[in-house]
Design a protein around this ligand. Structure first.
Ligand code: ZN
Length: 219
């Protein structure tokens, strides 16, 4: 084969040697299989890639397939987003390059019996379809942990900003004064209760106007 007078028969023949991989019932040629086939046809040819743009985690690449005489046989492009999938986080440029090369070889007729898209391109696209929910999870977690929720020990509700005080300062103050986290409303109740206790001569809590708090007061 290895001369520049490659005809369609040669391409057909080499395509028969390409192993395909099944994705959901369809067969796709892996890019490495296409490259191997290309080398059988054009051992002195070349495949070049260039980054067309790389900005804000978005990569666009172009691949060119060139024969030994320097003639361009085919080109292919690919686009990848860094955030599109778990794998892309570390290798979106590599994935982009592989997809572009696969498409360029496909344009040359190599490994296209089933599809111009390579196995890698399809597998990558499928990983990205699953990615959105997975990718958003860590972000949600980060947001949740950023604003920590404090729960009032008395009423069980989250402590919120009240009466011009931030939730954080209410938490800090009730911890200091009452040894527990309380919302503003409950803090008032506990304060009343404590004041009424200290006014009584006899420290009998049960006789305190019937006001019962569902938790012990720690002094
Ligand atoms: Zn409360």
């Amino acid at each position: 084969m290895a001369d520049s007078n490659i005809n369609y028969k040669d391409i057909e023949k080499v395509n028969l040697t390409i192993k395909t991989t099944n994705i959901k019932g369809k067969e796709y040629a892996e890019v490495n299989q296409r490259i191997r086939a290309f080398r059988m046809l054009y051992p002195e040819g070349s495949i070049t890639t260039e980054i067309i743009s790389l900005e804000n985690g978005i990569c666009v690449m172009k691949a060119s397939v060139i024969n030994e005489k320097g003639e361009v046989l085919g080109t292919g492009h690919a686009f990848e987003k860094e955030s599109a999938s778990f794998i892309n986080k570390t290798s979106y440029i590599e994935n982009c390059e592989t997809s572009a090369v696969g498409r360029a070889l496909g344009m040359c007729g190599i490994g296209i019996d089933m599809s111009i898209a390579s196995y890698e391109e399809i597998a990558n696209a499928m990983a990205q379809q699953e990615a959105p929910q997975k990718a958003q999870k860590p972000i949600k977690k980060a947001q949740a942990s950023k604003k920590q929720e404090f729960i009032c020990k008395n009423c069980g509700q989250p402590v919120t900003d009240a009466e011009g005080h931030s939730a954080e300062s209410i938490v800090a103050n009730t911890k200091r004064q009452f040894n527990m986290i309380l919302c503003m409303n409950c803090a008032h109740e506990v304060k009343k209760y404590k004041d009424s206790l200290s006014k009584q001569e006899e420290p009998v809590a049960e006789q305190n106007d019937g006001l019962q708090l569902p938790f012990p007061i720690e002094d």
